[in-house]
Design a protein around this ligand. Structure first.
Ligand SMILES: *[C@@H]1O[C@H](CO)[C@@H](O)[C@H](O)[C@H]1NC(C)=O
Ligand SMILES: *[C@@H]1O[C@H](CO)[C@@H](O)[C@H](O)[C@H]1NC(C)=O
Ligand SMILES: [Zn+2]
Length: 319
């Protein structure tokens, strides 16, 4: 009986480890994350617009995100809406949870855009990252639906939950200072702190400035998450087949310097949460310019990040 259970678990782990989900990605990547094929399944093109906090465009993208989770996915993704008003603006963070746990993996990106320059789209900042998170959600939803038996031993055994966060108000309203920036993440971190949730975050993964056409390195910035950076790098090595890699675990220069890029992770990091900050440095050359638009995105890079993050979550739950 016991031996049977062990063999069963062993088979499910080995089988799942080898699945690699290639067929799933082949069927879904192109229609979900391509620049050239508009359609109901495209997760990227809805971000081709401004998303200033409190604006109608911001409300529209919130509706798109909520309808995606509520109508396009099969499982019950519970929604936490964290809305507040500050400095004359309405801000709204959206948090989606497919399954709870004693502890959590958090995946996050910001969906708001800068007020200036007028018409700023924020294709890499951070429209592409939001689309990648939507793809990861869709991928996990599929696993929860058709491969749930494979995931169950992990879900129940390690009891790790997942939260996907879309932050509002990352950008400064005027000039970036500690006070004028990351409105949404400061608010959510405070809320979660009061609820005792901050201590239950195993890892906080923040995606930002991904998807530009330039080949930019994404360094390991935090000691506490370096082991996870290595896991992600292993995944990239398999997918990239040696070409155009962004991650390099032996480049420790930025790890030694310690965290120095200010972003939505700050309030979580300062509360002692382990952070994996997935952001290129140097930043894309279009950063905070009108040219950070959809013409300057690279759909191949975005698709690769989507696969990497999908496989990372499966590995994380299994670790
Ligand atoms: C993004 O929007 C602009 C302006 O509406 C449009 O000209 C452009 O074709 C759009 N890009 C894509 C990839 O759809
Ligand atoms: C914020 O939203 C509420 C409705 O939800 C509205 O009454 C209020 O005017 C809004 N505030 C701003 C500054 O837009
Ligand atoms: Zn920005």
């Amino acid at each position: 009986m016991m031996l049977g259970l062990v063999i069963l678990l062993w088979i499910s782990v080995v089988f799942a480890e080898n699945l690699n989900f290639c067929a799933y990605h082949r069927d879904n990547l192109r229609r979900s994350l391509s620049l050239g094929s508009p359609g109901p399944d495209n997760l990227l093109l809805p971000f081709n617009g401004t998303r200033i906090p409190g604006s109608q465009e911001s409300i529209d993208i919130q509706i798109f995100i909520k309808e995606f989770f509520g109508e396009k996915l099969s499982n019950d993704w519970s929604l936490e809406v964290d809305s507040f008003e500050e400095k004359g603006y309405n801000f709204t963070n959206l948090v989606f949870t497919p399954f709870n746990g004693d502890t959590f993996l958090v995946l996050a990106a910001h969906y708001d855009t800068k007020i200036e320059p007028k018409g700023f789209i924020g294709a890499t900042d951070s429209g592409a990252s939001c689309a990648i998170l939507l793809y990861v959600a869709k991928f996990l939803d599929q696993i929860l639906t058709s491969d749930r038996d494979l995931l169950n031993p992990w879900l129940l055994g390690s009891n790790v939950g997942l939260k996907i966060v879309f932050f509002d108000g990352e950008e400064a309203l005027e000039y970036w200072t500690a006070e004028d920036s990351i409105y949404g993440s400061k608010h959510l971190a405070e809320k979660w702190k009061n609820q005792g949730l901050l201590d239950r975050i195993d890892l906080f993964v923040l995606l930002d400035l991904l998807g530009s056409q330039e080949q930019l390195p994404v360094h390991s910035y935090h000691r506490s998450s370096h082991a996870y950076y290595e896991v992600l790098s292993d995944i990239e090595r398999v997918i990239a087949k040696g070409r155009d890699r962004s991650l390099n675990p032996s480049e420790l220069q930025y790890l030694m310097k310690g965290p120095f890029l200010d972003d939505d992770h700050r309030p979580f990091y300062e509360a002692g949460v382990s952070v994996l900050h997935l952001i290129p440095f140097p930043f894309p050359s279009v950063w905070h310019k009108l040219e950070d638009n959809f013409e300057n995105l690279d759909e191949t890079k975005i698709q690769r990040w989507a696969v990497m993050m999908s496989e990372f979550v499966v590995k994380f739950v299994n670790s």
